[in-house]
Design a binder for this molecule. Structure first.
Ligand code: PLP
Length: 782
């Protein structure tokens, strides 16, 4: 762990570590004082050679290499490559003599670092070995399946396993594995990836039959670009890089002496018997315990994704129910705690292949967070981390997103206006009206059920309606569950609502701009939510219009938000090829809808496939010729039906796990929206009136708002993504959208770019964002 001037708490040591002071010093000496080439025979060269040789001896001692060999190379990926390449060249030779019967499989653990299976595949193809790559399953605890290994061993060309997993910290029992392997195959080459084991427990490699063991400097406080490979005495080794014959001809290229020297400084620490710097297993386990207990208090819905007994104490992998990894990562990043999430990204959701292979539930994989500290961590750093974790949890509680176990009363500010919650592309909309202390919930998505319930309870408003815009084909509505859970806060009886949740009592009628009279719920004074039938996408599709009624009239220009379900999507129209769809009814619905809402009414669909938040008829017409033609009566119904049918044919039923509810096109135009880090200060000076808006969630904003470090004179306003539609709704009606100068900022520049694009699409021609976000624009951190 490491504190810098920004006071960050670095808990991502399995990704890479900071370089320890004496390793920096050793590298610096090797660059400035002992800068010779170890191959030179003069005194300067001999001194450099001494560093190389003595570090190799030390490395051998640390890993217990015995009569085996250590070569220095660029890192573990090169070590893995060299080992696999060497073993497979030897296998190729054997196959040419004996045939391939005994060399059918290349076995590797299912949770290996990707460098392993990818190298196996690469060299298997290039060397034309023709073996089958077989991944060894693991159980829920990440332990390799011994029966599976046993079944394959006699016909295995090479087996690759890992000592400690980088995502979970799970350690394999190498002794038991060795017995298994050698009982069934005395000669199969065995590589053990020891990257995450070095410095965490003792290795006595020569006492084992492990043939190859790669290591990496940057995972244990040495710099990037230095690693080493242990090879057992007699294990085949073919130079992977040929050239000037360095490393006894086994790895050519002038040695990275600064790297070797720095690695040497770390190896010294590991080798100290009374090691002060690197803590013992017991001490580290105590540290882990402290963090785990704090996490449990901070996040009641937490589960840990690895067994504590068989994992190294420096890695904690956990998931918090209802919080995808990205949200916790953003939260921690704002609290200046650096952690990491799962690696792969499928349909916009980050997930962990390691946890998937362990058979953990999908939500745990999608919510996985890894915290990893190094063995040189101090107690003070652990205590600071715990303090920050509690702060982060309080911020979430304040946002009404979670209730922690801390037993402190936290005041949550009352929310006013529109709130957008998302799960994948599916949107739930909540409108909170502080005047009448009531709210409506529209299209509650099942995955968001608990979050919605917590939010409503925490805000303490009466719920006037929980309603769906249609029966959804792609996801479940959690309306029935919410209606039960929120019963005490519902302003109507559970019996009195229709199939989509519209209350059948306490409603009134309002007249829309086209003259039709529809049912409406009153929030405060004249604020109403009116229900307009808009069949087409499904036969039961309806749109909900929120606005100020005057004398029971809800005029088009007074409709602020239109919850249009899947009738109009951002950049497209909802599909009409379901059994209950009707394309011709959609034609009528579109015309009706466009005539009862205004040019600046914000349309809030139930899907947002491209992170575009909300839209207007005006913006849609610009990008959707068909909608424009329908609205302006330029296309006849029969013609519309034909065109729409051919559009829907292009729709792939399923993309990833999602059923698409309509054809949408991306309309983003990002030209001119970026304010680059090097131009920010000048830009701010030349735009003194600009409104700077931070689009991170409120809890992130409250945790990190050190605007001095960005040289911003005033603190930005906070407009979280979940409140963006509300902000647009409030600002678009002022009619001068194109003049408003807006500058968005977030953590990395990715959310703010999306927001700026949305604003541009909606006619805010002077919307921009700070490229690189808070992360790259912090002038105080240079
Ligand atoms: N193996 C494991 C277990 C790792 O954690 C890593 C780094 O992420 C590697 C291999 C690759 O190491 P390097 O970055 O030195 O190539």
């Amino acid at each position: 762990m490491h504190h810098d001037r920004l006071n960050e708490i670095y808990l991502d040591n399995n990704a890479t570590t900071p370089v320890l002071e004496d390793a920096v010093k050793a590298a610096q000496d090797a660059m400035q004082t002992v800068y010779g080439n170890p191959s030179s025979t003069h005194v300067t060269g001999l001194r450099a050679r001494y560093i190389l040789d003595s570090t190799r001896d030390l490395a051998k001692e640390v890993v217990g290499a015995g009569r085996g060999n250590i070569i220095f190379l660029s890192g573990a990926t090169e070590g893995i490559q060299t080992a696999i390449f060497s073993a497979l060249i030897e296998i190729k030779r054997k196959i040419s003599q004996q045939g391939n019967e005994n060399y059918r499989y290349l076995l590797y653990g299912a949770t290996e670092h990707k460098a392993v299976p990818n190298s196996l595949k690469h060299w298997n193809d290039i060397l034309e070995i023709g073996a089958e790559l077989v991944s060894i399953p693991v159980d829920n605890d990440g332990k390799l399946d011994y029966d599976f290994i046993e079944k394959h061993l006699s016909k295995t060309a090479m087996i690759c396993t890992m000592a400690v997993n980088n995502e979970t910290g799970v350690a394999q029992d190498l002794g038991a594995l060795e017995t298994l392997i050698r009982t069934h195959n005395a000669s199969v080459p065995w590589m053990v990836d020891c990257v995450q084991a070095l410095g965490k427990f003792e290795l006595e490699l020569a006492k084992t039959t492990i043939d190859y063991a790669p290591f990496s400097g940057h995972k244990i406080y040495a710099p990037k670009g230095i690693g080493m490979l242990y090879t057992r005495e007699g294990a085949p080794l073919t130079p992977f890089i040929a050239g000037g014959g360095q490393e006894s001809g086994l790895r050519s290229g002038t040695e990275n002496l600064p790297g070797v020297a720095a690695f040497g400084a770390i190896l010294k620490h590991i080798n100290e018997t009374e090691c002060q710097l690197f803590k013992s297993h017991e001490v580290l386990a105590g540290f882990r315990n402290k963090i785990v207990e704090t996490l449990k208090l901070a996040f009641p819905g937490i589960v840990f994704n690895m067994p504590f007994e068989t994992s190294v104490p420096t890695t904690i992998n956990f998931s918090v129910k209802d919080f995808p990894s990205k949200e916790i990562l953003d939260l921690f990043d704002a609290a200046q705690i650096r952690v990491s999430s799962g690696s792969a990204c499928s349909s916009g959701v980050t997930r962990s292949y390691v946890l998937d292979e362990m058979g953990l539930p999908a939500w745990q994989s999608e919510s996985a967070i890894r915290m990893s500290f190094g063995p040189a961590v101090t107690e003070q750093e652990i205590d600071d981390a715990c303090e920050r974790i509690l702060l982060a949890s309080q911020a979430l509680t304040q946002s009404c997103l979670m209730l922690n176990n801390l037993g402190v009363d936290i005041d949550s500010p009352r929310q006013e206006g529109l709130i957008q919650l998302k799960s994948g592309s599916a949107c739930t909309w909540i409108y909170a009206d502080s005047q009448s202390e009531s709210m409506v919930v529209i299209d509650p998505v099942e995955e968001l059920g608990e979050r919605i319930e917590k939010f409503v309870h925490c805000q303490g408003y009466r719920v006037k309606a929980i309603v769906d815009t249609h029966s959804h084909a792609d996801h479940e509505s959690c309306r029935p569950m919410l209606q039960k859970l929120l019963q005490s806060q519902l302003s109507y009886d559970l019996k009195d609502y229709d199939e989509l949740g519209w209350p059948m009592v306490s409603t009134q009628n309002v007249t829309l701009s086209d003259g039709q009279s529809v049912s409406a719920i009153q929030l405060s004074n004249n604020l109403v939510l009116a229900k307009l039938e808009t069949p087409g996408h499904t036969s039961d599709s309806q749109s909900l219009l929120l606005g100020q009624s005057v004398d029971s009239q809800l005029k088009a220009e007074d409709v602020r938000f239109a919850f249009v379900g899947d009738t109009i999507l951002i950049g497209g129209l909802g599909r009409t090829n379901f059994v209950s769809s009707s394309t011709s009814k959609m034609y009528d619905s579109l015309q009706t809808l466009c005539s009862v809402i205004g040019q600046s009414t914000l349309m809030c669909p139930s899907h947002d496939y491209n992170n575009e938040f909300a839209t207007t008829v005006y913006a849609e017409e610009a990008g959707n010729a068909l909608l424009h033609e329908v609205k302006s009566h330029l296309v006849e119904k029969s013609h519309f039906v034909k065109q729409k049918e051919s559009l829907d044919k292009r729709l792939n039923d399923q993309v990833g796990h999602e059923i698409l509810c309509g054809v949408v096109g991306k309309q983003c135009d990002s030209e001119g929206i970026h304010v680059m880090p090097e131009e920010l200060q000048h830009f701010l000076k030349s735009h003194p009136q600009i409104r700077v808006l931070d689009v991170r969630e409120a809890h992130e904003f409250h945790l990190f708002n050190d605007w001095d470090s960005l040289n911003l004179e005033r603190a930005p306003e906070n407009v979280p993504l979940s409140r963006l539609a509300n902000f647009i709704g409030n600002n678009i009606c002022s009619g001068d959208s194109e003049k408003q100068e807006l500058l968005f900022v977030c953590r990395s520049g990715s959310r703010s770019a999306k927001v700026a694009e949305t604003f541009r699409r909606l006619g805010f021609e002077n919307a921009r964002h700070i490229s690189g976000g808070v992360a790259l624009n912090c002038v105080a951190c240079d």
